[in-house]
Design a binder for this molecule. Structure first.
Ligand code: PBG
Length: 430
């Protein structure tokens, strides 16, 4: 696989970064690019004094073109103007075009959109593979199992499929992943204790990944739902109430187990009250001061999560998640969550879902100095995939536009199932 592209010949503007996708390690971190090597001789040749072209006495320009600068200027002053191409002819309009006097306007915004180069110069937002986090589903199996509701996504075998997928992502500059485990039913329980089994699927997988790719940035999900026999993010009391503080106790153990295995960023997605502060304290107590917390600050009780719950077989056995996830009708409430997460020590604030909640992303972006993450969730992904398969929309263009819009709204990073596909687009790799 070899491809070379710059932002100008790639269909997608990737910012000021020039990507040479050729050798794997080149892309992972730009500071690892080989330093420019100039030997002493080359350095001498770029010294200005050696160019000697603009005072007419040096050997440079005059030797090449025949005339000195003074001679050229004198020729023009004497009216002996050198030839240049004539003015281009005025392009003609189709027959029947009305003849009108021009509008008396001094603002014509189209001037700044008139060519690809001009548009690129004034583009306000850019998207690079470094902005993307790739959510990956893992299971105990050896094979990769396709997920029906999410075309192109698989439950990856933790030992092989996952490692290959992470490697492909790294090849196009996507060096961050977030893990979601499919847990065998027999390991699920009302209190979700498998969540902090240090030899469970997630900690084991983290250890394997870190062994293969020490610089891979690993995010984990902190919530009980994959481990809960009730399919809820917390412990369910017999009257159906989700128990807050008892759940937080479990989440702390889960986060510590993930950190111990080598997770870089633990991401509580459960929406229990007070979990960020409790997790911070638990991590610090165990010596994991360096592990970050990405809090799902504004996570809404959304129907866009449907395909994900199929992927993990994690649908709630009863009821819904409306007593802990936020009401999709609420905007100002996100500020309550934001203030709590900030004061409890969150490092990154996440909004979920993404595209239907751009106003919330913008709100947090404007109100908080912390980095903002957006989660383009399973339902958003599947809608774009389905529209593409049915040839109703151009999948690739809609994908790239949706990601750019999340960035424009204020997201620093985007969790998206399109991460690999988008990374390839950005690098001009098919
Ligand atoms: C659960 C969790 C969910 C997602 C991420 N973590 C689902 C839920 O809250 O039921 C959804 C992700 C997606 O839909 O892509 N802790």
């Amino acid at each position: 696989m070899m491809a070379t592209t710059t932002m100008l010949n790639s269909p997608y503007n990737i910012g000021a970064v020039k990507f040479d996708v050729k050798v794997k390690p080149l892309l992972h971190f730009s500071h690892k690019l080989p330093p420019m090597r100039l030997n002493r001789r080359q350095m001498l040749t770029i010294k200005a004094s050696d160019e000697g072209s603009n005072n007419g006495s040096g050997p440079g320009a005059s030797r090449k073109m025949g005339l000195s600068d003074e001679e050229c200027e004198a020729a023009v002053v004497a009216g002996n103007v050198p030839e240049a191409p004539p003015l281009p002819p005025k392009p003609s309009a189709p027959a029947g075009t009305p003849v009108v006097s021009s509008l008396p306007i001094n603002r014509r915004p189209r001037r700044n959109r008139r060519s690809p180069a001009v548009r690129a110069a004034f583009q306000e937002t850019n998207l690079t593979p470094a902005n993307l986090v790739y959510p990956l589903f893992i299971h105990e199996g050896e094979e990769d199992a396709p997920i029906g509701a999410m075309p192109g996504c698989y439950r990856l075998g933790w030992r092989h499929g996952l490692i290959e997928e992470a490697s492909k992502a790294r090849d196009v500059g996507v060096n961050s992943i977030v893990l979601f485990p499919k847990v065998p039913d027999s390991l699920k329980s009302p209190t979700g204790d498998e969540a902090y089994n240090e030899n469970g699927l997630v900690p084991r997988t983290i250890r394997l990944l870190k062994d293969k790719y020490p610089d891979l940035v690993i995010y984990t999900d902190v919530a009980l739902d994959p481990y809960s026999s009730d399919g809820h993010d917390g412990i369910v009391r017999e009257d159906g109430v989700i128990m807050n503080d008892e759940t937080v106790h479990q989440l702390c153990k889960q986060a510590v187990a993930q950190a111990r295995a080598g997770a870089d960023v633990v991401s509580p997605s459960d929406m229990m009250d007070g979990r960020v502060g409790a997790i911070r304290t638990a991590l610090d107590a165990e010596g994991f001061q360096h592990v970050s917390i990405m809090s799902y600050t504004a996570k809404y009780a959304s129907s866009f999560y449907g395909p994900f719950r199929e992927a993990l077989d994690s649908n709630p056995r009863f009821g819904d998640k409306k007593t802990y996830q936020m009401n999709p009708a609420n905007y100002r409430e996100a500020l309550v969550e934001m203030q709590a997460d900030e004061s409890e020590g969150a490092d990154i604030l996440l909004v979920k879902p993404g595209l239907p909640y751009l106003d919330i992303i913008r709100l947090l972006r404007d109100k908080s100095p912390l980095p903002i993450a957006a989660y383009q969730v399973s339902g958003e992904y599947s809608m774009i995939k389905a529209g593409g398969v049915l040839k109703m929309i151009d999948e690739e263009r809609v994908m790239m536009e949706s990601l750019m819009c999340l960035r424009r709204a204020g997201a620093d990073i985007i969790l998206t199932y399109f991460a690999l596909q988008a990374g390839r687009c950005l690098c001009g790799v098919k």
